[in-house]
Ligand binder design. Sequence first.
Ligand code: COA
Length: 692
Amino acid sequence: MTAINDVVDLTREGEIAVITLDSPPVNALSAQLRAGIAQAVEQAVADDAAKAIVLTCAGRTFCAGADITEFGKPPKDPSLSAVQAVIEAAPKPVIAAIHGTALGGGLELALSCHYRVAVPSARCGLPEVKLGILPGAGGTQRLPRIVGAEQALEMITSGAHVTAKDAAAMGLFDKLVAEGNLREDAIAFAREVIASGAPLKKVRDLDEAIAPARGKPEIFAEFRKKNARKFRGFEAPEACIQAVEAAVEKPFEEGLKFERALFEKLVASEQSAAQRYAFFAEREAAKIPDIPKDTPTREIARVGMIGAGTMGGGISMNFLNAGIPVTIVETNQDALDRGLATIRKNYENSAKRGRLSMEDVEKRMALITPSLALDDLADCDLVIEAVFELMEVKKEIFTKLDGICKPGAIMASNTSYLDIDKIASVTSRPGDVLGMHFFSPANVMRLLEVVRGEKTEKDVVATAMALGKRIGKVAVCVGVAHGFVGNRMLSERQREANNLIMEGAMPWDVDRVLHDFGLPMGPFAMADLAGLDLGWTPENSTGETAKERLCEIDRRGQKNGKGFYDYDENRKATPSKVTEEIILDLSRAKGITRRAISDQEILERCIYPMINEGAKILQEGKALRASDIDIVWLTGYGWPVYRGGPMFYADTIGLDKVVAALETYAKSLGPDFEPAELLVRTAKEGKRISEM
Ligand code: COA
């Protein structure tokens, strides 16, 4: 075995040269790795005894792509394209042996080899679009030449992983070999190739798969149209489409140049910087400085759920999906039956869409133990309550749980606002209590706020974080504060949205501005969706807000076809005259002279107070880092990932500008806009708040 450098080895097994890449954790294609590959291939080519070359990776995976940390920095030679040229030009067959995930540059590397063999558990994909770029090493040119334009469009614009089985069916993998024996089987495959005497197969020379799409721009137009909603606001998907179209229409070398030019433009864009930031931010969120990664966690074999309503049912589904049994407790049989029926309906809908088999539906349903007695939670390792949002109710539940739960069981509240320390204080074991705040719909939204109380034990936090990952959530550790991180910032936006409609804007103006900014919907459309009468009763109505006035005349939101908006039978919303009258009337009653409000003011007044609150959360130590706040907004509220999150967005505008705007608003609108001390200081020092 020859060490080419620290991360690449070359060895020969009879007539087969074997190149092994070993750069933990994921064999990302750093400059050192690229140089090593090129050199190893050149040596193997020069070795007359070697008749074929196998390229394989050590560790948990084949290459997971370009080294993302290198993007945006001065490029280092050799480029991946130069390495690919060496491989593709090799006069002997080069075979990529794939396990784990061949992603991005990793798959592009494999595409420049002459053959690809893989184990059945391997997956591959071109996830660059998720980083705001496109595959810039020939991926958009080579992939369609194997799988055709339509499949390539789908794979490249979604960034989705493809299983080995599907990859083999598409011709992307030439052969699947037994699990656990990849190296030997790849060598055997190489021997077969030599024995067959088949000419070298270069992907760049293939035409059969792309020929049918040539001269048919309608294929691409149709694809754009079909995905318009999904791609809204993003720059990279359009570039991906253009590059695939170039693969179909242009000679290979020209296509490569076209792809490269698009790549250069995207990689320097604000969107890509934001999306790369989000990639690392998500991984950072898993790290808690005073709780080491190897902290032992408690075993969670059974979960107890108190409440089978929308939240309780949605939360339960996460555990059922992961194969964890759940005991669901309700106060009466009707509520329990309704809850279970909703879970079943959700699963059956997934089955109808082909995402689940009916057998899986039954398997998941069988993991539920329905109950009407809290005592049945005695054997649960974790109990989560999702009952009415009132401190007294929560305290009563936790007092009972304290007497029921087995020693070492974790007791969690799904409260959205309430003080976890107060809830924990009614138990004899506050160290076992924490918040696990899921976001609606809880089986869909990725965010889990893990609320660490003053007395929560470290292993309890570690367990909740690990469990979050196990059930496919992005867990973010936050401190106790009214509304924690997400809802605390949301309240700021809500207050301003309400003020804006009193001062001169209409709900649809506010919603339009925030939707155009990239959010899925604005606050008033959101309120209609959630139901305006949440927490409202005729007795407690003050009649002082538009929302209350709407409830008083039975406008309850989407569910009865009228709220801030009027809805038709397809739930299409149109601005309501009635709402407008109510708002004008309220403004008059409050003695407000309405004025025209610009879109810019709407945006700033909705977003800047959120940024400001984020800075306050940071300065109070209620979030571990600014990027955690951004992850909360990206995964829990649909903040557009191409804007990085509220804190990252503040940096893209310029903190000094944000501070100046807040100060100006504070003068006319009052202390709600007073900039946080941390924001002012960070701006003065010329630093970035998203790096705090
Ligand atoms: N470049 C640089 N670092 C990378 C990387 C890349 N392409 N891919 C992963 N890493 C790092 C992660 O930041 C993480 O570092 P940390 O432990 O210091 O936080 C570490 O490798 C492990 O990654 P993680 O995502 O936590 O592991 P996983 O097993 O859950 O997932 C992958 C592995 C490969 C599926 C996942 O990391 C991934 O999707 N990577 C990005 C692939 C990609 O987009 N490639 C295209 C680039 S052109």
